[in-house]
Design a protein around this ligand. Sequence first.
Ligand code: KG4
Ligand code: ZN
Length: 340
Amino acid sequence: MLGIETSCDETAVAIVEDGWNVLSNSIFSSVEEHSQTGGIVPEVAARDAAKSILPALDAAFLEVNCTYDDIDAIAVTTGPGLMGSLLVGVETARVMAYIHKKPLVSVCHIAGHICSNRLLRKEAPDFPVLVLTASGGHNELILWRSDYEFECLGHAIDDSAGEAFDKAARMLGLSFPGGPEIARLAHEGYEKAHKFPRPMIHSGDHMFSFSGVKTALLYKMKEMGGLDVLDKSAKADLAAAFQDAITDTLTEKLFFALQKHPEVQEIHLSGGVSANKQLRHKIHERAQKRKIEFHFPEKMEFCTDNAAMIASAGYFKYKTYPDEQWDFTQVQPTLEKGIF
Ligand code: KG4
Ligand code: ZN
């Protein structure tokens, strides 16, 4: 399966066998340009995708030393994401599917993140799996029932966890993407130096809201005299307390959902924020106590946006619906939110 992913600022192509065996996973990122602007400029991301998509395809085929003759089908992200960037990947996939007469599978980006936990694992998970996906563009709790069958239990009603990390980093004068920057700085700080809110941990549902934690950080910084007067250690304490609030909230909500769904056999963490070591550690500790299996992506490059996860999701969707035509004319980018 050839996978193509251009939903945001990465242009990625992968070739994956049987939904798990990653033969190639090339990622062309525009993160350097976006770290200068402090966030993603959709126009810049789309132009970058247009420039990178053909070199990314060439790189994948070169790495595996194969041609379209060896490809059974093509999978492409059709949403959610930035329309300009999505169009580049979808139009390229449509053209390649037409020229090379291949089935074209439309893949939801969130389903891709969920399937990142199948990469490099030959055995299927023990379904149902409870998945926490936390990224820049989305944040969900999902019941993964079988290969390509998902039920969204809840999602962020405002900022996602990754977005909160990115905005907090910007407030603290750090670069984009903010998650790894906050995590690095937090390492030198004391998380109990400040107490930020853990939003909605007692709401009794599976929704998230992270914009309040970001506002709490803003007020705390104002109270301390603003960014210009803060030294490195003060910033490190703020980053540590902020990270602690976000990771505590995500962990609490995941285990609340687990309590509500005793049929769950495994818990998984995915999306860009799954790269966060403190979050992994907190979930791991609770999972051990609960004696439930816990997985996060096998490699760091599978946490953030990549095309291997799209190829994997595409493979399982293709297998789940054998009677579909997979006609390229049916595949369009979509503005639909959530999982589809
Ligand atoms: O999945 P992803 O690449 O893109 C979206 O689908 O949105 O996730 C990117 C997000 C960014 O917000 C970034 O700050 C966050 O993942 N992220 C992290 C870490 N690495 C990336 N957040 C916390 N800790 C990290 N180590
Ligand atoms: Zn993503």
